[in-house]
Ligand binder design. Structure first.
Ligand code: DGY
Length: 321
């Protein structure tokens, strides 16, 4: 019998893939760093029973039309805004993602980014590397306190809760805004539900962890930044398109807010000459929220497990509904 054909849109470590080679015919795009060419992806989709895709791959209706025998798309991310899930479902193609396994790692990065922004880690490191450290000085690279401040989390999902848990350890007052109230987070984490406007008005750190949807697109705009305290900082570890980047830049330059920590951007990779990268009060990271070796390996294993379940006629562990 012909083995199922699996196409993976980046090169993943062979030791993770190897156990599946006996039962599947597996091909990988031959780069770990560069996204697969669209034309190759279309050709591969036409042959594939399953795809493992990255958040940088656009899986739209046109591509899905090619998937004559495609049964499952396993996205190596918790977010799935790169996939037209409705179009996939219409064709009977199952989409899976990688929740849970990346929650704690992404929360670590998010809280670390908040700390780096408030306490100016990158500027301070550059200060030494550029040979500028001549003396200790009372206000040299003084940042903002984090402990006992108010954090406002927009998007109280798994990662939001894990960030709130970290904030508790810093004795922070935790506010959150979400589509619906999360009574578990309220009782277990002492988080208080507030409107989006109240959260913006009261928080010292506004943290965006909401997935990208039609409702969240551009929700952090000029009005939102003007509502924030001028001493407050904005942290984004979900999706760049939740932010109007021109408005964020203007708000930082005008002093409407004090700083921003950004792991995600509207266009990734962000252009080197992007205005946001000229501001010293911006800490910018290349979308590394879940990027620990252990977590990325766990995400790969979960993708493979989901494919295995679907191809053997079972329910995948983490289907996108
Ligand atoms: C995801 O998995 O969606 C995250 O953005 C990765 O960091």
């Amino acid at each position: 019998m012909k083995k199922p054909y699996i196409f993976i849109t980046r090169t993943l470590p062979e030791e993770i893939i190897a156990p599946f080679r006996a039962n599947w015919d597996i091909q990988m795009w031959d780069s770990e760093e560069k996204p697969v060419d669209r034309t190759i992806l279309i050709q591969e989709t036409a042959k594939a029973d399953a795809l493992i895709t990255m958040l940088s791959d656009r899986i739209d209706e046109q591509l899905l039309e090619q998937g004559a025998q495609l049964k499952v798309i396993a996205n190596l991310a918790v977010g799935f805004d790169n996939i037209d899930v409705k179009a996939a479902q219409k064709k009977g193609i199952i989409v899976t993602n990688t929740p849970d396994v990346l929650t704690e790692t992404t929360a670590d990065l998010t809280f670390g980014l908040l700390m780096a922004t408030a306490r100016r880690f990158i500027e301070a490191s550059d200060h030494i590397r550029n040979g500028n450290w001549e003396n200790w000085a009372p206000l040299l690279l003084a940042g903002l306190d984090i402990h006992h401040k108010t954090i406002g989390i927009v998007g109280m999902g798994r990662i939001g809760r894990a960030v709130a848990h970290r904030a508790q350890g810093f004795h922070m007052n935790v506010l959150y805004h979400n589509r619906s109230r999360d009574t578990e987070a309220e009782s277990a984490l002492g988080a208080t539900y507030v409107s989006f406007e109240e959260l913006l008005q009261q928080s010292d750190f506004v943290v965006c962890l909401a997935p990208f949807t039609e409702e969240t697109a551009g929700m952090f705009n000029a009005k939102a930044f003007q509502t924030m305290k001028s001493s407050a900082m904005f942290i984004n570890a979900s999706r760049g398109a939740n932010v109007v980047e021109e408005d964020l830049y203007e708000a930082l330059v005008a002093g409407d807010i004090a700083g921003a920590g950004l792991d995600v951007f509207t266009k990734e990779p962000i252009a080197n000459d992007h205005p946001l990268l000229t501001l010293k009060q911006v800490v910018a990271l290349p979308h590394i929220g879940s990027a620990s070796v252990e977590t990325r390996q766990a995400m790969m294993h979960l993708c493979l497990e989901n494919i295995n379940l679907v191809l053997s006629g079972q329910q995948p562990k983490t289907e996108v509904k």
